[in-house]
Ligand binder design. Structure first.
Ligand SMILES: NC(=O)c1ccc[n+]([C@@H]2O[C@H](COP(=O)([O-])OP(=O)(O)OC[C@H]3O[C@@H](n4cnc5c(N)ncnc54)[C@H](O)[C@@H]3O)[C@@H](O)[C@H]2O)c1
Ligand SMILES: CC(C)[C@H](C(=O)O)[C@@H](O)C(=O)O
Ligand SMILES: [Mg+2]
Length: 363
């Protein structure tokens, strides 16, 4: 199989984790006889520095003409003082919007061998397997107007939270579809006790539910959901929620697994190329040190192999390789208290490549 993959390393640790991903993809290509062609594009701060824009036209066209997009991360202190609409993060938001990536899947799976890395007790995290389905192209991230008004004591700032019926319905359907394929339970998270947009969301969930009679579902307010994720994460199968709630809850949920460096994501449109990225950011505090955990990005590759390329065997092999390195006790610094034993990004990548080879040889 021949596939073209747009690689957008971005800023901070983005290039470090993307390098890990391209090495692993090359190895999968070699072992399973696929040709993965990489086309590189600039996004975020690096793109601002080169072109003045966080999302250059060329990057967009590279993505549109590829079979899948891999993204590292964007942003960092260097660009923090730019006005909102010129920031690196706007490049990512623009890309999501332009590629119509309305459905963001963030699976939270526990690795038994990593239990000690989680701040939660073993009996709370054991067996956790949930999927956050986050709406990605609407809500307060994109509503207009977004502006500052007035000056001095009179100054105000405005963000707008808008959802159309169509935007809500298509993501809620995704939530029900995934629940149907999984354990058959959907939790819809909103703030319907306060927000009008959440009341519309709730109505639509009740309507769409009629088309999925085999799925049980419930509504949960987002503040309670934040607490329940820590109290009893096993109660969740699929969580469907709007853009900002999904952003916050997924970072929180990553700590059930032990580290933000573990959580992958896939962003899907109705038909165009999907975008695959770790949920973490550019981690300026560790950028350039070669110590970032690449496993969130490598897990995002398993999602790419599954969803974009329909290569379940290769996806499974990579997932098993990740399991193997963790079972063998290999840890990057974010996953261990004993920093002297911590592996670098490159060493962890090499261990995954070795595990892939062991599996293929013994298969
Ligand atoms: N998708 C994205 O591109 C994305 C996502 C989130 C944040 N950001 C941006 O990243 C910048 C930094 O944001 P932040 O510090 O709030 O969040 P962050 O996710 O970059 O980092 C939060 C903490 O987690 C650690 N961490 C994150 N990923 C890690 C990894 N793979 N291995 C080990 N440790 C890891 C960091 O070192 C840091 O201590 C901001 O500009 C923000 O806007 C970008
Ligand atoms: C960088 C930022 C715009 C982004 C978001 O809020 O969606 C990030 O936090 C994420 O989770 O992908
Ligand atoms: Mg986030």
């Amino acid at each position: 199989m021949k596939k073209r993959i747009a690689i957008l390393p971005g800023d901070g640790i983005g290039p470090e984790v993307c390098e890990s991903a391209t090495k692993v993809l090359n190895e999968i290509g070699r072992l399973y006889n696929h040709e993965f062609d990489f086309v590189y594009g600039d996004l975020g701060g690096v793109a601002i520095d080169k072109t003045g824009s966080p999302l250059p036209e060329e990057t967009l066209s590279i993505c549109k003409s590829s079979d899948a997009v891999l993204l590292g991360a964007v942003g960092g202190p260097k660009w923090d003082t730019l006005p909102g609409h010129q920031r690196p993060e706007q490049g990512l938001l623009g890309l999501r919007k332009q590629l119509e990536l309305f459905a963001n899947l963030r699976p939270v799976t526990i690795y038994d061998s990593l239990a000690e890395a989680s701040p939660l007790k073993d009996e709370i995290i054991e067996g956790v397997d949930l999927l956050i389905v986050r709406e990605l192209t609407g809500g307060i991230y994109f509503g207009e107007p977004r502006e500052r008004r007035g000056e001095g004591e009179q100054e105000t700032a405005v963000d707008t939270l808008v959802y159309s019926r169509q935007e809500v319905e298509r993501i809620v359907r995704k939530g029900f579809e995934f629940a149907q394929e999984r354990r058959g339970h959907l939790t819809s998270v909103d703030k319907a006790n306060v927000l009008e947009s959440s009341r519309l969301w709730r109505e639509i969930v009740d309507e769409v539910a009629k088309d999925y009679p085999e799925v049980t579902y419930s509504h949960m307010l987002v503040d309670n959901a934040a607490m329940q994720l820590i109290r009893n994460p096993r109660q969740f199968d699929v969580v469907v929620t709007e853009n900002m709630f999904g952003d916050i809850l997924s970072d929180e949920a990553s700590m059930i697994t032990g580290s933000l460096g573990m959580l992958p994501s896939a962003s899907m449109s109705a038909n165009g190329p999907g975008l695959f990225e770790p949920i973490h950011g550019s981690a300026p505090d560790i950028a350039g040190k070669g110590i970032a955990n690449p496993l969130a990005t490598l897990s995002s590759l398993t999602m790419m192999l599954t969803f974009a390329f329909k290569l379940p065997n290769e996806a499974q092999a990579l997932q098993e390789a990740i399991n193997t390195v963790l079972e063998k006790g290999y840890r990057t610094a974010d996953l261990t208290k004993d920093a002297t034993d911590a592996l670098s990004t490159n060493e962890m990548t090499q261990r995954v490549i070795e595990a892939l080879n062991e599996k293929t040889v013994t298969a």
